[in-house]
Design a protein around this ligand. Structure first.
Ligand SMILES: Nc1ncnc2c1ncn2[C@@H]1O[C@H](COP(=O)(O)OP(=O)(O)OP(=O)(O)O)[C@@H](O)[C@H]1O
Length: 249
């Protein structure tokens, strides 16, 4: 497997809390890889360490064969990161926003603007970003992450605020990216989404990876323990079996 992401023993602590506690994983070129886990499991922190947005206390990550930290400007052109919607440039319209992101990577304005259509925002091109709905802002953030056609894309809960139409359309868009050998690493709370989109998933809790494999492998391992009369396991069942049913802070 040609590898787009390699992480070895990543650790990140905040005071006494080990938010990420020895995470190792590999993601193949062209693969869609999902990071799942309850609130506070360490998914976003793991993603930020992989992206090079945060420096690990220990361990290392490589993206496309280069260390992800300190950030390498040549690498930045090859990766796309979905930023928080609060990271938009102020007072710009959706059109100006996507063109500005595109200009950072020398993407011609028309090609950048075409992304608004791909995420269903063509009609909102003249709206200022602060007037977009939560789901519209999220789609714009995803378009900004993809505008320069990166080889490797990191998406943090990309469908969290999306309605079913937008969610299904985004799934189609992400599938079309992997058809052209783009690699996607995403976090999600939607286990159906992970099952549909991801070739492999890691289920995290307490900063550690509890299980890593294809959704089918994870379901089969639970089925094997449940006996022949139980209904077939879903990824939800696997998730709850590993992480329990208690609320998380
Ligand atoms: N900058 C920070 N300072 C202190 N603690 C932090 C910081 N960022 C995250 N944490 C803590 O680290 C732990 C992991 O947080 P993280 O955001 O990675 O979890 P998550 O799995 O993405 O959760 P969620 O599903 O709620 O988004 C949490 O307990 C969180 O409170």
């Amino acid at each position: 497997m040609e590898r787009a992401v390699v992480a070895q023993d990543l650790v990140k602590t905040y005071g006494d809390l080990r938010a990420v506690d020895g995470v190792s994983l590999e993601v193949g070129v062209g693969e869609t890889f999902g990071i799942l886990g309850p609130n506070g499991a360490g998914k976003t922190t793991t993603l930020e360490l992989l992206e090079g947005l945060r420096k690990p206390d220990a361990g290392r990550a490589e993206l496309l064969g280069h260390p992800s930290h300190p950030r390498d400007t040549a690498l930045l052109r090859r990766i796309g990161v979905q930023l928080q919607t609060s990271a938009f440039f102020e007072r710009l319209t959706a059109r100006e926003q996507i063109r500005t992101f595109g200009a950072l990577y020398d993407v011609p304005p028309d090609r950048a603007e075409a992304w608004l259509d791909r995420v269903g925002l063509a009609e909102k091109a003249s709206s200022r970003t602060e007037n977009l709905s939560g789901g519209q802002k999220q789609r714009l953030a995803i378009a900004c992450a993809l505008v320069h056609d990166p080889e490797l894309v990191f998406l943090d809960e990309p469908t969290a605020a999306l309605d079913p139409q937008a969610r299904h359309n985004l799934w189609d868009l992400l599938r079309s990216l992997t058809e052209s050998q783009r690699t996607i690493v995403l976090t999600t709370h939607h286990l159906e989404e992970a099952d549909l989109l991801c070739e492999r998933v890691a289920i995290m809790d307490g900063g550690r990876i509890l299980r890593l494999g294809t959704p089918a492998e994870l379901r089969a391992s639970l089925d094997a323990r449940s006996g022949p009369d139980a209904r077939p396991a879903t990824l939800d069942d696997v998730f709850l079996d590993l992480t329990g049913r208690e609320y998380r802070p």
